[in-house]
Design a protein around this ligand. Structure first.
Ligand code: HEC
Length: 136
């Protein structure tokens, strides 16, 4: 009996380690992929999605409004970018929790408005790390 059980345990471990976190993050990505994709500079599509928002390849550590190919950045996000701010994990999580509020805080403009009209209360840090690892 013993040697029949071992492969099962090994399988469960592999599933838990490899599939668990990946599935969780792909679940989170579902909230973003309507408007965002992740495409490497050589054209490799790392995560499929729409083009209404900027490409999130390399967004971890990138300058705000840093996708050179995206022409639809709002003027308020561009103003925030002019401060030299980058997408640190803290900035990313704060932006997702409240895009307008984040831009208001960083620009000092109390009526600043983001061109992104969605917010994500939870999972921001996980998404940040997933996007960072995807781009490495
Ligand atoms: C309905 C469309 C839409 C959805 C859904 C969406 N976004 Fe966005 N996102 C945008 C648009 C449009 C912008 C540009 C905003 C601006 O210019 O003010 C943007 C900007 C961003 C930026 C700034 C990028 C840069 O280059 O400075 C980040 C980071 C971001 N989105 C992350 C996310 C994540 C993570 C999700 C999923 C939780 C998500 N977005 C869901 C449309 C969307």
């Amino acid at each position: 009996m013993k040697h029949f059980r071992r492969p099962l345990v090994a399988l469960a471990l592999i599933a838990g380690v490899a599939v668990g976190p990946l599935a969780a993050n792909e679940d989170l990505w579902r909230d973003c992929r309507t408007c965002h994709q992740v495409v490497a500079p050589d054209g490799t599509v790392l995560a499929r999605g729409g083009r209404a928002g900027p490409n999130l390849y390399g967004v971890a550590g990138r300058a705000l409004a840093g996708d050179g190919g995206f022409r639809l950045y709002s003027s308020d996000l561009q103003q925030a970018a002019a401060t030299g701010a980058r997408w640190t994990e803290d900035n990313f999580v704060a932006y997702l929790a409240g895009p307008d509020q984040f831009l208001r805080g960083i620009t000092g403009n109390a009526t600043a408005q983001s061109g992104m009209h969605v917010a994500l209360g939870q999972g921001g840090a996980e998404l940040f790390r997933w996007l960072r690892d995807l781009s490495n």
